[in-house]
Design a protein around this ligand. Structure first.
Ligand code: ATP
Ligand code: MG
Length: 408
């Protein structure tokens, strides 16, 4: 089958699929089309994920639009109709339109003229086939007019029906233009491949994997997050392991088996927890490698430590202390990672005890300001934990006991 974009024809959607495109009737989107399309014009089409997902009967996540108008004209036309715009990626032709509850990315048709493996110099175009050919996979290069006519220059519909994630053109050449496409191949294949991953794609990912090293930490991190949080992440990881791609992201031994076990029933994992499952232990440097946020790294490393602590739990009173010490999130993450179903359900229903006393309570009880205040609080807290977290009322009684002890 050829990927040549020779067919410029628009085809009517199969009637059974029309119902999936109700969302295209939303006022915000309709008015956007009115603002950019002159009477009967064909300057603007839906493209990418929103077309692909709707064709499969799935809820589209976001709306991408492709247009023949240059970016400045997009901004001018939209603003003239009172539609707000943000110049999100104006150099690459992308303007975000925000209108009546809808947010859509409007990108000018383009061809990528020169590429260095991570970014492209682009040339704007008015030719729909130029734009189709610069996209990554055939299933991502489907366009739909507002009248629901499909433009499919690269046989994307056939691949979508067959569940095939195929590069447009020669896979190795397309990867060398932008190495992120290696990771996108695994993400989309895990999501849409009905049978084995496309062999030509896999072979090219394996041979081009060294190029991953030139990608920015942000792009690797955010794409890996989408793989790990997405459906069938273990399937993607297994293929990434076999092709040697996973090693290029992080070279510590990867525990794909654990991810497989944790997601066996279709459960989705949060990115930091999945990371702790995939690469257990300290993993110094991983946060930089993936440009994790402080919150993500804290959750990852807390989950990693909690896994071992939950494994050692002997009884409920120990569990209660641990829950109090590390907090509910880390406890639940640790229980999940250690596959301790018992502790997962136990923590779900459990409230974390609150130690309510403050420094002021020590002063009110006659304590002198200074280091003694926090020492007393620590002592009271320890006694309260040892008693098994009795009521807040009891905290005050314990404070009195400790203070009385000090006065003697
Ligand atoms: P998702 O549901 O994940 O948003 P999507 O297909 O909309 O899927 P986006 O990353 O939002 O994916 O990109 C929108 C479209 O832009 C894609 O469908 C694809 O046609 C094109 N695209 C995005 N990134 C690349 C890339 N690195 N190389 C080539 N084409 C790309
Ligand atoms: Mg998208």
């Amino acid at each position: 089958m050829s990927d040549k974009a020779s067919d410029n024809q628009l085809a009517a959607l199969p009637s059974e699929l029309i119902a999936h495109f109700q969302w295209t009737e939303r006022t915000g989107l309709k008015e956007l089309f009115t603002a950019l399309n002159d009477e009967g014009g064909d300057r603007l089409r839906f493209v990418g994920g929103c077309v692909r997902d709707s064709l499969l009967g799935l809820e589209p996540k976001d709306v991408d639009l492709a247009t023949t108008l240059p970016p400045q004209e997009v901004i001018d036309c939209l603003n003239a109709s009172g539609i707000r715009t943000e110049p999100t990626g104006i150099d690459h032709g992308t303007v975000t339109a925000i209108h009546k509850g809808d947010v859509a990315e409007v990108t000018t048709l383009r061809a990528d003229v020169s590429t260095d493996g991570r970014r492209a110099d682009v040339q704007f175009s008015t030719d729909w086939s130029d734009d189709a050919l610069r996209r990554d996979f055939t299933i991502n290069a489907l366009y739909l007019t507002p009248d629901l006519l499909l433009y499919d220059a690269v046989a994307g519909m056939t691949d979508l029906r067959a569940g095939r994630v195929r590069f447009i053109g020669n896979p190795a050449t397309r990867i060398r233009e932008d190495y992120l496409r290696i990771l996108r191949f695994f993400r989309f294949s895990a999501r849409f491949a009905q049978e084995a991953f496309d062999l030509d794609g896999l072979t090219a990912c394996a041979s081009e994997k060294n190029g991953i090293s030139i990608l920015s930490a942000e792009r690797i991190g955010s794409e890996l997050a989408r793989i790990l949080e997405g459906p069938r992440s273990a399937l993607a990881l297994t293929a990434m392991g076999t092709t040697g791609v996973l090693d290029k992201i992080w070279s510590a031994p990867a525990d794909v088996e654990t991810i497989l076990a944790l997601t066996a029933d279709g459960q989705r994992l949060d990115f930091p927890v999945a990371l702790a499952g995939l690469w257990p232990g300290d993993q110094t440097g991983l946060a930089d490698r993936l440009r994790l946020s402080r919150a993500q790294e804290n959750r990852r490393s807390a989950a990693d430590k909690a896994r071992d602590l939950v494994r050692q739990l002997a009884d409920e009173s120990k569990a209660e202390v641990l829950l109090y010490q590390i907090g509910k999130q880390a406890f639940q993450d640790g229980a999940l990672l250690s596959e301790a179903q018992k502790w997962c359900s136990w923590a779900e229903a459990k409230e974390v005890p609150v130690f309510a006393l403050k420094g002021q309570d020590v002063l009110d009880g006659g304590g002198a300001p200074g280091p003694m205040v926090s020492a007393v609080l620590k002592e009271v807290e320890a006694a309260w934990i040892a008693e098994g977290f009795p009521s807040p009322h009891r905290q005050h009684a314990l404070l009195k006991q400790v203070m009385d002890g000090k006065k003697k």
